[in-house]
Write a protein that binds this ligand. Sequence first.
Ligand SMILES: Nc1ncnc2c1ncn2[C@@H]1O[C@H](COP(=O)(O)OP(=O)(O)OP(=O)(O)O)[C@@H](O)[C@H]1O
Ligand SMILES: *[C@@H]1O[C@H](CO)[C@@H](O)[C@H](O)[C@H]1NC(C)=O
Ligand SMILES: *[C@@H]1O[C@H](CO)[C@@H](O)[C@H](O)[C@H]1NC(C)=O
Ligand SMILES: *[C@@H]1O[C@H](CO)[C@@H](O)[C@H](O)[C@H]1NC(C)=O
Ligand SMILES: *[C@@H]1O[C@H](CO)[C@@H](O)[C@H](O)[C@H]1NC(C)=O
Length: 490
Amino acid sequence: MPEMGNSLRAAALLAFVVLSILVSLLISSVQQFGARISHFSNSTSSPEAGDEEELHRALIQQLSQRRREILPLLLPRQGDRNNKDRSPLHPELDLSVDYNLWNEITHGSRRTHMDEMGCDSLVDMHAVEILGSGYTKLVVKVNLAGGQPVALKLVNEQGIDMGKCVEDFKDPQGCRELVSYKLQKEMVLLQRLRHPNVIKLKGHCAGNAGGQGEKGRVTVILEQGNPLQMIQLLQSPWEDRFRICLDLVRLLHFLSQSPLGSVALLDFQPRQFVTVGGELKLTDLDDASAEETRCQSSADCSLQFPNRNFTLPCSARGVCEGLNEKRNIYNAYRYFFTYLLPHQAPPGLTHLVDNIMNSTGELKADINQTLEAFEHILSLYQSGLHLDNLPPSIIRDYNVIRGMGTSGNVEYRCWPSYSQQGCVLSVYSAREAAYICNSHSQCSSFSLTGQKTWTGRLLASFRSSFSHLVPDGTSEVYVKKSKAPETTAA
Ligand SMILES: Nc1ncnc2c1ncn2[C@@H]1O[C@H](COP(=O)(O)OP(=O)(O)OP(=O)(O)O)[C@@H](O)[C@H]1O
Ligand SMILES: *[C@@H]1O[C@H](CO)[C@@H](O)[C@H](O)[C@H]1NC(C)=O
Ligand SMILES: *[C@@H]1O[C@H](CO)[C@@H](O)[C@H](O)[C@H]1NC(C)=O
Ligand SMILES: *[C@@H]1O[C@H](CO)[C@@H](O)[C@H](O)[C@H]1NC(C)=O
Ligand SMILES: *[C@@H]1O[C@H](CO)[C@@H](O)[C@H](O)[C@H]1NC(C)=O
């Protein structure tokens, strides 16, 4: 009966969390809508009606500004003498490679690297469905001729960026070129910021997916992911939600000292991420910025969020110290950690989770310390150390039958379960499973099948009863001694 109360409370909590997320997502998309609307409407963009030449000049000016934004990303990081990944002895070599990349992205479809896909990879592809679309881009799920699944990113012809530009400049072709600079910038960033938690750039085709190079058309070929579904994640086991947060922290750690310097994600929202096999990957990079904020005093270094403002120190060389890093950490806290991390954290780990919530929510820790705290939780969780106070004797309440599985199961449901039909939870050991079974009034036996979660913990299925045992070399069944009569065969 206490089980029932708990799951009702959990369901109510979930409903509340879901509602708050929906509301905050709605608000932020409305805010963003407002922000984007004014994006193109600069002084140059609304000349008196009819002056075509002036419109054209204004568009050209925008085009060259976009180009100027990309060029610094192609240069080796300035003042970065001790970066071992680069060849400081041959900066001119780096430069030539980078300009090859630039020419490659803007003009040809010749492959920059041997393993990259080009326009020819897209011949005879099969489009499956639309994966997503935003203000700027359209993403399509595609199977290539060989059957390989990929995601293609294109300019979203129906998107707000295109619509606004055509309204301002009345030049669809020029606008397509302008908007595709965002794709090109993203491609340069994907190339520069390679990391396990950044979507993998597989290649691109400058021109139509079909082949002919029309100026400004770019198709980016990416690893295929699944758009992040926050609502689905909220209902998944803590271990999976922790994984998303840990991946995010690993990504932010990398971004804080990336080859481009400390990179801030200016548009930081769940929809900028996808998952690949349960792993989080950043896919929308066109709003990433490695710019540092110049300052004269700390008053110039304020970080403003809807519910919180922070002021950071102004360093001796006149830049806001750690601004990009701190902006990312707070956004991770407000968009991810608050929703995903605390609920149902394992009992032995809640104080560590609370510490992370507090230190990121107050910006007391830098990204190194935050990563350390996450990795510490992972290692405790993986090594079962958070279970130190479980009585070892608990397992003696059970008979173990190895090499057998069960059939004719009477299942019950628990939350959050890895299976919709029954109660499947991850455990460190049979001892932890016994502890869980003892705490579920319906439980009389459980099985371990050797199946593991991403952390290496075991999946255990709990049940009310079963009718008989069947040989299964990979499985072991634990039957509660006091309830043993419920089984009909042994
Ligand atoms: N590799 C991928 N695999 C699966 N889905 C993807 C992939 N890349 C992007 N998506 C989906 O497509 C959507 C649009 O992509 P993206 O965010 O790059 O476009 P955008 O126009 O910049 O969007 P926004 O207006 O949110 O900034 C994403 O929200 C994501 O759900
Ligand atoms: C927009 O106009 C402002 C002031 O007129 C200028 O500083 C800024 O660089 C312009 N931005 C773009 C994108 O043209
Ligand atoms: C943050 O600062 C802005 C500008 O100074 C101010 O308008 C806002 O009320 C502050 N918000 C909070 C939550 O303190
Ligand atoms: C952090 O802890 C302090 C002291 O307990 C508390 O006042 C504050 O609200 C907490 N902040 C967050 C973001 O949880
Ligand atoms: C953070 O860790 C990296 C190595 O992972 C190190 O190079 C860097 O100096 C650390 N930064 C701080 C502020 O401790």
